[in-house]
Unconditional design. Structure first.
Length: 97
């Protein structure tokens, strides 16, 4: 009998309130001068942009609020497209809930 596929996650919308998964910590590494995602038996070195987005994923802010916070520093960036796509990819990795 074939295995059941994993249930699909709800699509990321402007009202989604992303938060780090319980097993994931976000820490700034002073030696590397970069944000790190720390997980059991794994660490991920983040780009400055990824670190900034994930710092805003606190479970209180909506995706729309995250985009608004980033727009202050990046007014010409395609944030309406890029932020939801990034959050969707990170959720698929299991780093966000």
């Amino acid at each position: 009998m074939p295995a059941e596929p994993a249930p699909a996650m709800a699509a990321v919308t402007d009202d989604t309130r992303p938060a780090l998964a319980r097993s994931v910590l976000l820490r700034y590494d002073r030696v590397r001068r970069a944000e790190l995602l720390l997980m059991p038996e794994r660490a991920v070195l983040l780009s400055p942009e990824a670190g900034r987005i994930l710092r805003l994923c606190d479970g209180r802010r909506t995706v729309a609020g995250i985009i608004a916070a980033l727009a202050a520093d990046h007014p010409d960036a395609p944030l309406d497209r890029d932020v939801p796509e990034f959050i969707d990819r990170v959720r698929a990795e299991g780093w966000l809930q």
